[in-house]
Design a protein around this ligand. Structure first.
Ligand SMILES: [Zn+2]
Ligand SMILES: [Zn+2]
Ligand SMILES: [Zn+2]
Ligand SMILES: [Zn+2]
Length: 339
């Protein structure tokens, strides 16, 4: 009937990220560090300088042919000597985490917004947020006893309110997820596929792969995030007496099926429809032999049955054949079924 995500599953597939079909990913070392420990991308690096691996600290050679097109590899670094314990995955993870934390710090110091967008796993709406709205401090590999997030964002009281996890091979474990949830800490996760995720860092940062929170208000009764709803008012003509009549439809409410008519409205929703000039009355339908709330003619006993509401009015209104307007009517809880 209704789907409630379990506490740890935010509505996403939490399986490990997939390697490509050959079982390996081609990740190049495209970030190295200079002698002073500053990160530098291979495409910006100049030959003749010294470069070191960000992970194993050994010397790197810059591979940059200057050629483009088929067969030419993008600029990258290679270890001068064999380093069995250093993997490109670790280097990718380190580089992204470091560059992201530097970017966040830079935005905090300039007080410049760092906007990001995500498709919500709770309400399926598109949300946006500003990564530095509450952040006053950034901590990399912050020790929280139970876990050590890649990046922790701290508010002005020094409390962690959000963490960033960068996933190349390992997602945060269940203990960490539970800890974040129990402590009201938002999780922002970036899944990395290849070194190319470092190419357009700003774009990648603007689109995290997972954000655990919803922007909608929580239900006062059960604490779950509520769902936003939209009502459409359609101006039509009574099929019986041809008087002008208004009809109400709620657009695809989450967990309540596709668009619905007054028979499935909550009390408060019927009230909103009435305030918008819709005459909603209980009617008896011979077709389904039961009584239900229906859009009714204000002048005669005519009313619009649920079936015809969608085929004869709602659909034509969608094509612009009937005058209609839509508006947000606020939130309802898909768990308590209340508004
Ligand atoms: Zn290395
Ligand atoms: Zn949401
Ligand atoms: Zn509720
Ligand atoms: Zn009528």
């Amino acid at each position: 009937m209704r789907s409630v995500s379990s506490c740890l599953n935010f509505g996403w597939n939490l399986s490990e990220p997939s390697a490509d079909k050959f079982g390996m990913r081609k990740i190049l070392y495209i970030v190295g560090s200079d002698g002073d420990g500053n990160l530098i991308k291979a495409r910006d690096a100049e030959k003749g300088n010294e470069f070191f691996c960000t992970v194993c600290k050994t010397e790197l050679i810059l591979r940059k042919s200057g050629r483009t097109g088929p067969g030419s590899k993008r600029p990258h670094f290679a270890h001068r000597t064999l380093t069995p314990n250093c993997t490109p995955e670790t280097a990718l993870h380190y580089s992204f985490k470091t560059l992201l934390s530097q970017k966040i710090l830079e935005h905090i110091s300039l007080n410049r917004t760092l906007q990001f967008y995500w498709q919500c796993g709770h309400c399926y709406d598109e949300h946006s947020g500003n990564l530095i709205k509450r952040a006053k401090k950034v901590a990399v590999e912050y020790n929280m006893t139970v876990c050590q997030p890649d990046i922790a964002l701290l508010d002005e009281s020094g409390n962690v309110f959000a963490v960033v996890e960068v996933v190349v091979t390992h997602r945060p474990d269940d203990n960490a997820l539970k800890f974040y949830k129990d402590n009201n800490i938002a999780l922002i996760q970036f899944d990395l596929e290849s070194d190319m995720d470092l190419d357009d860092l700003e774009l990648k940062i603007s689109r995290p792969d997972l954000v655990s929170i919803c922007r909608n208000p929580k239900c006062e009764r059960c604490g779950h995030y509520q769902h936003k709803t939209k009502m459409s008012i359609i101006e039509a003509e009574c099929w019986r007496c041809h008087s002008v009549m208004k009809l109400a439809v709620i657009e695809e409410p989450y967990d309540r099926g596709s668009s619905i008519g007054p028979s499935q409205f909550f009390k408060g929703e019927i009230e909103i429809a009435r305030q918008n000039g819709v005459n909603i009355k209980e009617q008896f339908s011979g077709t389904v032999s039961r009584r239900y709330q229906a859009n009714s003619c204000p002048k005669c006993p005519g009313f619009i049955g649920e079936h015809y509401l969608f085929t004869e009015y709602h659909a034509p209104a969608g094509y612009g054949e009937l005058k209609s307007y839509s508006f947000d009517i606020g939130y309802y809880c898909g768990v308590c079924w209340t508004r």
